[in-house]
Design a protein around this ligand. Structure first.
Ligand code: FRU
Length: 433
């Protein structure tokens, strides 16, 4: 297939990356006996196996019975402060979550243009109190900030990873996306949580055009572009630290071939980069974990958990991000492998883990799986009477506001046993554990 030339480049031994060809052979192979990086291709055949059933279909959400996280802000993509091992952290009795937010009078469809990260804290892990804007005025990179992740280190430093979208002070909104980080001290009192003593914000990764598509490659005929949503992950098997992220396969539209031809612009990938400095401010791009060429165009907010000896890789996507000829629901999708950098296979045969119900197809989004199988998400558009996402975007501001949740959804609990998952039950709204 046409992708072979690029895939050949991806069949690099992770051990060899970064070493010169002269040095590599003289170093004992056992010292660097690391796994081979080989990108998994999620295929149209896999996706064609999707069947919605009671094991993967979420219960219908009734927005009227739910509580807003904040009256003043719309809240969507949300993630917890995590320990190095991925568990939601407890800091002096507090749990902390971060979310993309805009003031509640913003039209929901426009929220991505002015997104800011705010944090919330709670001692009981569910009565979340607004802490405020995470970053001091003017410090964050980008004209707005998109999703990320947060890790508290053993020394108490909090490392925030986020997407710097556009450029600070730009006159016209642009869609450049870069992965950024900053670190701070977390300061708690009996009644509050705050972040102080911020480091300078730094860009940790930009697309290289080799493994990951640059914006200029994408601009040659494609409408959607992604290089975002950094997720910190420390591999418990090797101790090595990584960042996972959402990306597109490198190259331009004219270099690709797909069957059918109309699925050519669909080139989502899940990227990975490994930390090359202890301060977690420098990362080196590795070949993608997964590509969905000719299949899907946006695999958002990837994250990974380890259970037993297996890596469970998750990402979320929209119905309309699947290529022509594929019919798959808005949902959480997952893949499993015994090694981090290769060997993935779709969970449940197709990849589908959680789907929105057929009669409320946009009710939730941005699912995130905690290590204990609790899955959080936010309430997206509910009860849209058959309208698709484009039609929802064309509705009046009042319609959009009435039908958009902008709050945490009831959490779900899933089981994971080998390559099979199953929704066990619904949990309370906003519960992360
Ligand atoms: C998913 C998402 C993320 C992105 C954010 C922007 O809901 O598209 O990929 O970071 O929303 O608002």
């Amino acid at each position: 297939m046409f992708w072979n030339t690029k895939n050949a480049g991806k069949m690099l031994s992770a051990a060899v990356i970064g070493f010169s060809a002269i040095l590599a052979p003289v170093i004992s192979s056992s010292v660097f006996a690391q796994e081979t990086a080989a990108t998994f291709d999620w295929t149209r055949e896999d996706v064609s196996k999707i069947k919605m059933n009671e094991e993967n279909t979420a219960p219908v959400i009734n927005k009227e019975k739910l509580e807003e996280l904040s009256e003043d802000f719309l809240v969507w993509d949300t993630w917890p402060l995590q320990d190095r091992n991925g568990h939601p952290a407890v800091v002096n009795g507090y749990k902390v979550i971060f979310a993309l937010t805009v003031p509640s009078d913003v039209i929901p469809g426009k929220r991505h243009d002015t997104a800011e990260i705010r944090y919330f804290y709670a001692k009981d892990g569910k009565s979340w109190q607004l802490g405020g804007r995470l970053f001091d005025d003017g410090k964050a990179l980008g004209s707005r900030q998109w999703a990320g992740s947060a890790m508290i280190d053993k020394d108490g430093k909090v490392h925030i990873f986020y997407t710097a979208t556009g450029r600070k002070n730009e006159n016209k909104l642009t869609y450049e996306q870069r992965l950024a980080t900053a670190a701070a001290d977390i300061v708690t009192t009996n009644a509050s949580v705050a972040f102080e003593n911020w480091s300078e914000h730094k860009i940790i990764l930009e697309p290289d055009g080799e493994y990951y598509q640059t914006e200029s490659q994408s601009n040659q005929g494609e409408s959607s572009y992604a290089f975002r949503d950094p997720y910190f992950f420390q591999d418990p098997k090797s101790g090595q630290e990584y960042i996972l992220f959402e990306a597109n396969s490198a190259g331009t539209l004219s270099e690709r071939a797909c069957q059918p031809d109309s699925s050519k612009p669909y080139n989502a990938s899940i990227g990975i980069a490994k930390a090359s400095s202890d301060s977690l401010t420098e990362f080196e791009a590795l070949p993608p974990l997964l590509e969905a060429n000719c299949v899907n165009d946006e695999l958002e907010r990837p994250s990974i958990i380890v259970k037993g000896n297996q890596y469970y890789l998750f990402a979320k996507t929209h119905h309309e991000k699947f290529a022509p000829g594929l019919d798959a629901p808005e949902g959480l999708y997952g893949f499993m492998s015994g090694s981090l950098l290769s060997g993935y296979k779709p969970l449940n045969g197709s990849g589908l883990v959680i789907s929105n119900p057929k009669d409320n197809p946009y009710q939730a989004y941005s699912w995130m799986v905690m290590p204990n199988g609790t899955v959080i998400s936010f309430v997206n558009y509910v009860h849209v009477e058959g309208k698709d996402i484009q039609q929802i975007g064309e509705q009046t501001p009042d319609y959009q506001k009435d039908h958009f949740g902008g709050m945490l959804a009831p959490s779900l609990k899933i089981s994971m046993a080998d390559d099979k998952t199953r929704i066990l039950h619904e949990k309370k709204q906003g519960v992360f554990r």
